[in-house]
Write a new protein. Sequence first.
Length: 145
Amino acid sequence: MNRKALQLALREMQAATTNRISRIGMMLVTVLLAMSGPFGTFQSFNLGQRFGYWAVMVVASYLTGQAASTFFLELLRGQISQRWPRVIVAGLLASLPVTIVVMVVNGVAYQHVDIQSSLMIWLYTIIVTLAVVVMFVTLSEVMGG
């Protein structure tokens, strides 16, 4: 295991929890998702339950995705020299731990794990994780980071 990549990932995850903009962003996303109730949550939970569900889901999946993508971007730096292929591969790899987080949160919230929906959840997680990773890398470039 690459200690530098792991230390960087942990530092980034800690920074995400203390950064005001990250916290505000997570709160706004939680409110939007709780109010709109996507992925069947509108039918499954009342408003208070949706707020709890989406707050846990947003924070846990964001922090996991942040740490995993940072870890994989750093780990792959020596193997994939071009930035965008490395970003895509890191995003794909980061979707795996994020999928596990989503499955665990769903298992607790719905009190069962639906194996048949696992593939669809993984597909959604790949799409969202890739979009978020690409967005953050692009914003980092635009802001000169």
